[in-house]
Ligand binder design. Structure first.
Ligand code: AMP
Ligand code: ZN
Length: 468
């Protein structure tokens, strides 16, 4: 399995620190609004990386944070006259809903910055003791020039950076020793949330959050660190500086970065205002279509969002879903149960598709090629599998398609359409059971409806229902 490592600018064979285990950290969103589909790209592609490693037998410890203290959160809280925590909690909940709808697995741990302040104060204190940080009037800065390897991830030349950043010195940060020094801790402004620290009542800088959370949940040395390519500099460069100076160890061995999701060839971003939220897309499409669209390109390539590409993704996904549906039908109507000798031989052809899928994914997660292999398998199924085949054979072909879909996080079984008439019928049955004092039956029907995603509300005007 090879990954392109931003650190070495090469595709490298992946060798984890502990055989069979992977520790992986993915920078998560700042929670001040609904996430947009640009934010969804790293979620989907790195969830797919995790699923693929699990498919190859690795146990993956996957950590992804929520940045829940930030200027933008504070601004939003002021606009709504609520406290910052209310904003971050609301949008963490909404983000988790979007992740579930995109079939992004919950991380092993989703740490929140505000819950980890003690760890941040500890790391900053160590950096101070070792001479890697200094305080000026309650603000603590990282002393960049003391870390000789600064710039190794972004492959930037420090002198160029320094002269490029000179203007910063004029814009109010003249207390820094060097334009490249960055904030580890800053004092509060009036009305802002704050924590006590040895330096001031204040809050941590953004970069220190990830260094601390990665260390706490994964250790001082981790296998994979990932995020969008806009994070390479300065965020990830700064994380390396903090972690390596504090711990005296290599921080992360493989750095993976996704390309941007663009619109009209410009980066989709909140500040430019050219974005769609995941929620807006959900109004028009099943979010499986969004997932399929994201995976139809290589994760490092820029990807331009357009209605045409979404339609093409919908059609592509439908083709696979319909093939699975057809196999379900054939399976139910198969004349014989047992695998024949010829079929057993044919199954080795089917296995070859799986090998080619793995080969594509082994090559730095080439999901576009992996999807092509699924299409070929679908074509094979459509032209070779008939009702004359055994149930076992049809099942085996179907299972391969479903398994490969699952590695990409695609749910390929048709969703049963729930008809209102069926819901009303079940509600009537439940009412009748209650009248007959058969409460066990009434509860069972409530449970059955809940499984279908329908919640019952017993009101004074009678029983009402809504989608969960
Ligand atoms: P943020 O909330 O801005 O810190 O972003 C959370 C994650 O989404 C980071 O990994 C960003 O790199 C990523 N991201 C933000 N915008 C885009 C975009 N247009 N395309 C791809 N990734 C993005
Ligand atoms: Zn981060």
């Amino acid at each position: 399995m090879k990954f392109y490592n931003t650190l070495t600018k090469r595709k490298e064979e992946f060798v984890p620190l502990v055989p069979g285990k992977v520790s992986m950290y993915v920078c998560g969103p700042t929670v001040y609004n609904f996430i947009h589909i640009g934010n969804a790209r790293p979620m989907i592609v790195f969830d797919t990386a995790r699923r693929y490693m699990e498919h190859r037998g690795y146990e993956v410890n996957y950590v992804s944070n929520f940045t829940d203290v930030d200027d933008k959160i504070i601004k939003k809280a002021l606009e709504e006259s609520v406290n910052a925590q209310e904003i971050s909690e609301r949008y963490i909940k909404e983000c988790k809903q979007d992740m579930a709808d995109m079939n992004v697995k919950p991380a092993t741990t989703h740490p929140q910055a505000t819950q980890e302040i003690d760890g941040m104060i500890e790391m900053i204190s160590i950096l101070m003791e070792k001479g890697y940080a200094y305080e000026v009037e309650g603000t603590v800065y990282f002393r960049t020039r003391k870390f000789a390897e600064y710039g190794k991830l972004s492959h930037k030349n420090l002198d160029d950076l320094r002269s490029g950043n000179r203007s910063l010195l004029v814009t109010g940060e003249d207390q820094k020793e060097d334009p490249l020094d960055f904030v580890l801790w800053k004092p509060k402004k009036e009305g802002e949330p704050y924590w006590e620290s040895p330096w001031s009542q204040g809050r941590p800088g953004w970069h220190i959050e990830c260094s601390v959370m990665a260390k706490k949940y994964l250790g001082e040395e981790i296998d994979i660190h990932a995020g969008g390519e806009d994070l390479i500099f300065p965020h990830h460069e700064n994380e390396i500086a903090q972690s390596e100076c504090c711990n005296g160890k290599i921080f992360a061995r493989y750095w993976l970065h996704n390309g941007f999701l663009n619109i009209d060839n410009k980066k989709m971003s909140k500040s430019l205002g050219n974005f769609f939220t995941v929620r807006e897309i959900k109004d028009r499409y099943d979010l499986q279509v969004l997932r399929f669209f994201m995976l139809s390109a290589h994760y490092r390539s820029p990807l331009n969002f357009s209605a045409e590409l979404m339609e093409a993704s919908k059609n592509g996904l439908d083709r696979i879903v319909n093939a699975v549906d057809n196999l379900n039908y054939l399976q139910e109507n198969a004349a014989v149960a047992e695998l024949t000798k010829q079929e057993a031989a044919a199954l080795s052809e089917v296995k070859a598709f799986v090998e080619r899928f793995d080969e594509a994914m082994d090559d730095d997660l080439n999901t576009a090629d992996a999807i092509s292999v699924i299409f070929e398998l679908v074509k094979y199924a459509n032209s070779n599998v008939t009702a004359q085949n055994s149930r076992a054979f049809i099942q085996a072909v179907k299972d391969e398609i479903l398994e490969l879909g699952d590695v990409l996080g695609l749910i390929l079984e048709k969703k049963e359409e729930i008809l209102e008439a069926d819901i009303e019928k079940l509600i009537e049955e439940r009412q009748a059971a209650r009248k007959a004092k058969d409460f066990a039956r009434a509860d069972a029907i409530r449970g059955q409806l809940l499984d279908m995603g329908i919640v019952l509300l017993d009101t004074r005007e009678g029983v009402k229902w809504k989608k969960a």
